[in-house]
Design a protein around this ligand. Structure first.
Ligand code: NG1
Ligand code: ZN
Length: 536
């Protein structure tokens, strides 16, 4: 490490006074103009991580579903997974270092404690469509170079594409954007080959984000087997009244989508295309949401159908589904009682779900918001390869491995997974939705004490002063502090038939989130509002 070069580079990216970024659920996020020093320092971090692991790491400049004025970073391990949790503490320490001296001290401490070898670490960089991307990618690259590393700018990509590329690169596989589309397309075509059902028209809300171009390219590769029409491809504001987060949380049709006639098949991606939800219009213009819980169930059905066709003398692989407390109670009940599969509940954030899913031969994990994937253990993949080409079922499972991003949740994989599963069963969204009935639920993040209109949650604006006062346990289902909060929540919940509620501080926004479920929508709305009042 050239100390003089490092000091000079650090001094060009000073941290705004009083700005205290924290790593959060999935990396750093803030108003873009605050982030130059943070992103520079993430460049330093990932160059060091590449040296420590002896492999390429990655960094994506994105703020996912946040407004366009925000930006952020997602950090990628050589495996393609999210940054190892043991290193989040270094991310935080670097990000909050007040000045160049403090920053150089943290780097020295990092090198000593982690025993970082000298050399040049490779960091693959990508960015989404935000106007602040260019400057921030430059900052990230400068951070990598300041530690003598090599930044490779892979360009405008979805977050999962960069994760996939890092993973493939380190496995010495072809890792161009074009190979990504080829593998996904070929996996999908294998799975739908011979299906009697015709491809169904799908309209996709691309959140005016980076997923639009990627999905266009992918669907062109697939050709007639996939019939998609793209909306919100960049003509409107990024994530503005559209995208997976909006549709899932607000239960509203996205801007510019008038596919309200009963049954029209629709889906929404989020701004960096790692989340996916499906929906369709119901009579009376209501929207029915098919969220991450339902994608997990559909994936489990496809996998079960396929496993049943494997030779019976093979040991059957363990299959499990990982959810968070946000999973609708009806989905968990269906998985346990009808599918008879094991479910595991982890704290929010795919890093937690991913780790739990790795314990199964086939681990299906999805957050209710549509972020998730299906992981296949390398040993199982090996066994499937050994079965060779003579078993259709083994071929199908290997096609799934090609088509489902093994690094991280990927909305494009998700679309192919859902479309293949529905076609193989000859189903539409109605049959999928009829598997079980969601318990009515409500999510809140802010509350006005005096709106008087209990269900008008869009107008709610009060934020908590300090979200960190809420500390949770038991996969976020129990509030440990402030004292007395949980017993007040318990009292409220016990008065409501089929009631369930919990609160937790968000890791991506400066709010406390409230979730409630009950037998009726009104009861869920009221319970959420009452629990929110306990918090504020
Ligand atoms: P926070 O803000 O910590 O709730 C949100 C999502 C997470 C995850 C992250 C990262 C909800 C309730 N929370 O986290 O599931 O996707 O963003 O994008 O949807
Ligand atoms: Zn996202």
């Amino acid at each position: 490490m050239d100390l003089a070069q490092l000091r000079e580079a650090c001094s060009k990216y000073t941290k705004p006074a009083g700005f205290k970024p924290s790593y959060g659920t999935a990396g750093f996020r803030a108003e873009a103009s605050l982030l130059h020093s943070t992103v520079f320092r993430c460049g330093l971090l990932m160059a060091a991580r590449a040296l420590k692991t002896g492999a390429a790491t990655g960094l994506v400049v994105t703020a996912s579903h946040n407004p366009v004025a925000d930006n952020g970073v997602k950090l990628v391990e050589p495996t393609g997974y999210m940054l190892d949790q043991s290193w989040e503490v270094w991310a935080d320490k670097l990000a909050v270092a007040e000045d160049t001296d403090a920053l150089c001290n943290v780097i020295r401490e990092l090198y000593q404690q982690e025993d970082i070898p000298y050399g040049s670490g490779t960091v693959m960089l990508a960015y989404d469509t935000r106007p602040s991307a260019e400057e921030l990618v430059k900052a990230a690259g400068s951070g990598v170079q300041a530690l003598g590393g090599l930044p490779i700018v892979c360009g405008l990509l979805t977050t999962p594409q960069l994760h996939w590329m890092v993973r493939h690169c380190n496995n010495s596989l072809k890792h161009t954007e074009s190979t990504y589309y080829e593998e996904f397309a070929s996996g999908f075509c294998t799975l739908v080959k011979g299906c009697k059902a015709e491809p169904q028209a799908l309209t996709v809300d691309c959140a005016n984000g980076v997923g639009a171009e990627a999905l266009k390219t992918l669907s062109e590769r697939i050709g007639a087997q996939l019939s998609v029409t793209l909306r919100n491809t960049g003509e409107g504001g990024l994530n503005e009244a559209c995208g997976a987060d909006y549709v899932q949380k607000e239960r509203q049709f996205p801007a510019g989508m008038d596919d309200r006639q009963h049954g029209a098949r629709c889906a929404s991606l989020d701004g960096d295309a790692d989340r996916l939800v499906y929906f369709h219009g119901m009579p009376a213009g209501n929207l029915q949401l098919l969220d991450g819980d339902r994608i997990a169930v559909l994936a489990a059905l496809l996998i079960r159908d396929t496993l049943q066709k494997l030779p019976s003398d093979l040991p059957s692989p363990s299959v499990g589904i990982v959810q968070t407390a946000y999973a609708n109670g009806a989905s968990t009940q269906y998985i346990r009682e009808q599918l008879r599969l094991e479910t595991v509940v982890t704290p929010t954030g795919v890093k937690h779900l991913h780790a739990a899913a790795e314990h199964f031969d086939i681990g299906i994990y999805f957050e209710a918001n549509g972020h998730g994937t299906v992981l296949f253990k390398p040993e199982l993949i090996q066994r499937l390869h050994e079965l060779g080409d003579c078993h259709e079922a083994a071929k199908d499972l290997l096609a799934l491995v090609d088509m489902i991003n093994q690094a991280v949740g990927d909305a494009l994989s998700g679309i192919l997974l859902v479309e293949a599963a529905l076609r193989r069963r000859g189903w539409g969204l109605t049959e999928w939705a009829d598997l079980y009935t969601d318990l009515p639920s409500r999510q809140l993040k802010t509350l006005t004490r005096d709106s008087g209109r209990k269900t008008d949650f869009t107008a709610l604006q009060i934020k908590v002063k300090d979200r960190s006062v809420v500390v949770t346990a038991d996969a976020e289902t129990r509030a440990v502090t402030p004292e007395g909060l949980q017993s007040r929540i318990n009292d409220s919940v016990s008065a409501v038939p089929s009631g369930r509620a919990f609160v937790r501080p968000s890791g991506t926004e400066d709010v406390v989130r409230v979730y409630a479920e009950a037998a009726t929508q009104q009861a869920a709305d009221d319970l959420a509002a009452e629990v929110a009042r306990h918090v504020y």
